[in-house]
Design a binder for this molecule. Structure first.
Ligand code: NAD
Length: 296
């Protein structure tokens, strides 16, 4: 079985390495990034999306957003021009669900299967192959792709038809963004009221307010560490996709819209490439305080 992999950035590169380590033969392509480290591990390089697809039985894409996925799969020299009928395309990027459905329809007309399979967990879990993978598509296609997905993630769940994977990812991103904002708001209040943030964290993390987001982000915030992780500009992309999808369905998202404006303000402040934990900096600016460990 030959697996094509297009998009070897922060996430795609370690995911591709895990497939090589699991014994799959890989053909890799990235429009901008070098792939030498992967060819050194045994992968073969290709010169275009079309060529990658022509040499693959299963083709994975891990690209920034909807326009990149459309270009790579449906554009000139794209996957659709090279891929053989009966093959499967798995798009693991976080994109608009409507675009997943559009791409799936175009591929289906050529007899090609499609799954949208975005991930949660970030770079560390991509490296450890412990990503949470949420999949949209047909049961039979999912069943045959599952062994490959399980080499990249520890949780692989079919959530519905094509597009459902990205709907689930949007829900995930709304919850994460609002959770970081809630933590930032609450910790800013506590610090301004004179309580040590480490003490607040220790006291509440095991209670109802505790969360995976709190456990991951508060230690980083207390250290003033805003190195990504997950960049603010990527979270803006995800919330924009959430707002567009929701509005098309007649679903207002008032809290998501509020946090989107905080992210936009941070972008103006030069924080686009900071970790999304930097949401706290917006609150710190508003209240003229800092949520950090007390310095000795
Ligand atoms: P990235 O920008 O590091 O990597 C994307 C890669 O795609 C780049 O190497 C780029 O050169 C390549 N590329 C762009 N357009 C291309 C094209 N037309 N053809 C071929 N290659 C092309 O992004 P990333 O952080 O790896 O994220 C990828 C996806 O995973 C995004 O949708 C992101 O939202 C999602 N995601 C990221 C994280 C994270 O923590 N970084 C976590 C979960 C999900």
């Amino acid at each position: 079985m030959i697996v094509g992999f297009i998009g070897l950035g922060i996430m795609g590169r370690p995911m591709a390495k895990n497939l090589i380590n699991a014994g799959y033969k890989l053909v890799v392509y990235d429009k901008y990034a070098r792939v030498d480290d992967l060819t050194a591990l045994g992968a073969e390089g290709a010169a275009s999306c079309k060529e990658t697809a022509a040499r693959s039985d299963v083709l994975i894409t891990m690209l920034p957003n909807s326009p990149h996925v459309k270009e790579a799969i449906l554009g000139p020299g794209g996957v659709i021009e090279g891929i053989r009928p009966g093959s499967t395309v798995i798009d693991m990027s976080s994109i608009a669900p409507a675009v997943s459905q559009e791409v799936a329809l175009a591929l289906k007309a050529r007899g090609v299967n499609f799954l949208d399979a975005p991930v949660s967990g970030g770079e560390p879990k991509a490296v450890d192959a412990t990503l949470a993978i949420m999949v949209g598509g047909e049961q039979g296609v999912f069943d045959s792709a599952r062994p490959i997905l399980e080499k990249m993630g520890s949780s692989v769940v079919l959530v519905g038809d094509v597009g459902a994977g990205n709907v689930t990812k949007l829900a995930n991103q709304v919850i994460v963004a609002l959770n970081i904002a809630a933590v930032s708001e609450a910790f800013t209040l506590a610090v301004k009221a004179g309580v040590k943030p480490q003490a607040v964290f220790d006291a509440i993390k095991g209670g109802l307010a505790g969360s995976t987001v709190m456990n991951a982000k508060v230690p980083m915030i207390l250290d003033g560490n805003f190195k990504p992780g997950f960049r603010i500009e990527l979270h803006i992309k995800d919330l924009q996709n959430a707002l567009d999808t929701a509005h098309a369905l007649g679903v207002p998202l008032p809290l998501t819209a509020g946090v989107m404006e905080i992210l936009q303000a941070l972008k103006v402040d030069g924080e686009a490439a900071s970790d999304h934990g930097a949401i706290v900096r917006h609150y710190e600016k508003l209240s003229k305080t800092e949520v950090r460990k007390a310095r000795p």
